[in-house]
Design a protein around this ligand. Structure first.
Ligand SMILES: Cc1cc2nc3c(=O)[nH]c(=O)nc-3n(C[C@H](O)[C@H](O)[C@H](O)COP(=O)(O)O)c2cc1C
Length: 188
């Protein structure tokens, strides 16, 4: 399996790190694209994962300015793309088909090829333009998610919250993250 992983400038780089690690452990080929906004957030937030932490986990890394990268073309086969975290700005670009960087272009290509596109948003509260863009992205074929963990598995740590979001995101691609407890699974 081959997935594109876009990282844009929302707060929540630990989600990107956790998902990239899970993809690596599952043997999925990942093509990482990090926006310039994401690089600013990593530096500003400081204590979280930095660019080198993410690139170390990816199979391939593409420059966000490189609109000639393989993932910019529909002829480059992938099994889909996820954007995590997906900023309000990147959501707007994807929803409106404005592809001025590689994250937005690869997402546009994923939609046009009718492959699975999962957007993991991180913003609160949600203003009307963002809500409309969420609906537009949904209607265009994307799966819109928020980086919000459930509590039915009684998490005891931040890692367990990250694990929950990671498992639910990768569920969208039919991938099973080891150790994920599904609601009432195994009950008669
Ligand atoms: C420290 C920091 C945290 C941010 N957190 C968020 C966030 O959680 N969600 C969001 O949509 N934008 C957030 N932003 C704003 C985006 O990074 C900004 O709009 C940026 O231009 C997005 O560019 P990109 O979508 O190309 O990555 C944050 C910015 C900074 C500096």
């Amino acid at each position: 399996m081959r997935l594109v992983v876009g990282v844009s400038g929302g707060s929540g780089m630990p989600y990107a790190e956790s998902i990239l690690r899970a993809l690596r452990d599952l043997g999925v080929e990942s093509h990482l694209v990090v926006s310039s906004g994401a690089k600013r957030v990593m530096t500003a937030e400081g204590s979280g994962p930095q660019l080198a932490d993410l690139t170390a986990l990816a199979s391939f890394v593409h420059d966000d300015r490189d609109l000639a990268a393989g993932v910019a073309s529909g002829s480059f086969r992938t099994d889909g793309m996820l954007v995590v975290p997906c900023s309000a700005g990147t959501l707007a670009k994807i929803a409106q088909g404005f592809a001025d960087n590689l994250v937005a272009r690869a997402a546009h290509v994923t939609l046009k090829e009718r492959r699975r596109l999962v957007l993991v948003l991180r913003e609160d509260p949600l203003p009307r333009p963002m809500l409309l863009n969420m609906l537009a992205a949904h209607d265009a074929g994307a799966t819109v998610m928020t980086a919000s963990a459930g509590f039915y598995h009684a998490p005891g740590s931040v890692d367990e919250l990250l694990h929950f979001v990671t498992a639910r995101v990768l569920d969208q691609f039919g991938l099973d993250v080891p150790g994920f407890r599904r609601w009432r699974e195994g009950e008669a």
